[in-house]
Design a protein. Structure first.
Length: 84
């Protein structure tokens, strides 16, 4: 079997086995796969990276929603100060 095909099957199996932990992964993998394919036949790598980015974005969105529901603001980065 082709190595890329094996990797794609294993990645898909892990994605579906993770269940709710893979929030955002499907959409990110689809976009990343297309972008990787267009950028030089790197669809599998693009899908893997897209999955990671999509999952990270979904976690940030969920954290912001949880913070809004509880009435607390999400922690903001400290403002950069410059001295002259």
């Amino acid at each position: 079997m082709n190595t890329k095909f094996k990797l794609a099957v294993v990645s898909a199996a892990l994605m579906f086995a993770a269940g709710t932990a893979s929030a955002g992964c499907g959409k990110g993998a689809a976009v990343g796969g297309v972008a990787g394919h267009v950028a030089g036949k790197h669809g599998v790598a693009g899908a893997a990276i897209g999955c990671a980015i999509g999952h990270h974005s979904a976690k940030k969105k969920q954290a912001a929603a949880n913070a809004a529901a509880s009435g607390t603001a999400p922690a903001a980065a400290p403002a950069a100060t410059t001295s002259k």
